[in-house]
Ligand binder design. Sequence first.
Ligand SMILES: Cc1cc2nc3c(=O)[nH]c(=O)nc-3n(C[C@H](O)[C@H](O)[C@H](O)COP(=O)(O)OP(=O)(O)OC[C@H]3O[C@@H](n4cnc5c(N)ncnc54)[C@H](O)[C@@H]3O)c2cc1C
Length: 448
Amino acid sequence: MSSREYDVLVVGGGPAGYYAGLITAVKGLKTLLVEEERIGGTCLNRSCVPLATLLKYLSTTDLIDKLSREGVGISVGNLSIDAGKLFNYVRSNVVNTLSESMRKTLEDLGVDVLNGKAVLVNDSTAKVGDSYIKFKKAIIATGLKWGSGSGVRPCTEFIDLNELPSKVLIIGCNPFGLSIASIYSMLGSEVIVVDEGSEVLKDFDKEVVNYLMLALAERGVEVMTDTVVNSVVVKQGVKEVRLVRGNEVLTVGVDEVFNASVCNPRLDVLGGLNIKLRDGYVWVDASLRTSVGNIYAAGDVTGLSTYAHTAIVQGVVAGVNVSGGNMNFTYRVSPRYTFTYPEIFSVGLTEDEAKSLGYEVLTARQSLTSNALARASMSSGMVKVVVDSRYGGVLGVHAVGYGISEVVNEASIAVTLESTSDTVINTLLAHPTLGEVLRDALLQVLKV
Ligand SMILES: Cc1cc2nc3c(=O)[nH]c(=O)nc-3n(C[C@H](O)[C@H](O)[C@H](O)COP(=O)(O)OP(=O)(O)OC[C@H]3O[C@@H](n4cnc5c(N)ncnc54)[C@H](O)[C@@H]3O)c2cc1C
């Protein structure tokens, strides 16, 4: 049994913990980061990064296929996809390499990285295996655990399969469920997505959601709302899923069932520490301090984040405050986006939200077909802007289309800085780029 002493203990090496540790080390504090699994957390190892990588690879094969069929002078022979090999490559080459490089960045900055499960014994001691760690301050960044059950895998296991299932059922018509649905449908699986609610992607603007749903339907993805999974029975390798929709009961046989609907914060870390919770998540104030004065929390475990970008900023805020700074976490504009195929995002207020808040709004739409780079990647889609008709402020930007996630940060900056459409229109944007669609959509507002 050994004991070590640190200024800061960070528990969890996902986006929140990584950025928190990076900041405290840069500020000169002796920092220990403890990670039970792999640096990068859910985001790098089991969600955003493998999904975005697979989408990039698979949309490239889709583009090659379109180029061949279009007769542009590029053609390839038989294009084939080996899903098991692809998943293995993404796990072992892409994810592992990035995880190691994140670990190295932390270590180069002087952070001690320890592999193990940390449990807080009290407000100044944690236990990791047989070792006791003394700390002055701590940051809890332990994320979420996705639910599983008999015959049901957590959605974070979508990358773990060694061969392509011919039929998949995904629970959750949310960004995460639909991005997994997109990947499996592009690989060639039959896909059903079910949700007990009546709305799909309810935080997104309805028009862009409708566009996505049509595109998914064209790919053969079946979406069933108001539908509850009643039971999953595994019979000779087939998973028989009993679905209830109103008075209707139906049974489907699938190879895999993924849960992208139910998750809980990972609180094992709290051990015996009496810390205040809010709706089951770790309660924090605006500075991300918990009810125990020297302990902060960041990321999904706080219940204020469901995206990596929020977890990253929370990690930064917690890191700065633990280092003696004074920063508040504000999330007035939180981009919602997902790596579906085509990609989709909603930044700022949707048209309905703006109207319900009393704004008089102008809206305009721009098709991607007139954008040179969208045309080059044979992408289609649309951008919709929501503008305050009195002062011209850009209240919301909503878009769908392959490659459109390249524009989400531009939209986020425009809305966060409360830019007017004139400011954006007068900004010199590089040409030809996909980002020009935002300006072109705002030009349509002038016509209204
Ligand atoms: C299918 C799917 C797709 C997604 N796609 C996107 C996307 O495209 N864009 C986006 O922004 N977000 C996306 N997300 C959400 C994103 O993954 C999370 O918001 C993000 O990972 C949260 O970061 P975090 O640091 O709070 O937690 P995590 O990334 O979950 O990291 C927490 C870490 O803490 C470790 N840990 C837990 N308990 C302990 C302990 N006691 N001791 C030591 N270590 C511990 C865990 O092993 C884990 O590595 C997606 C999520 C899912 C499920």
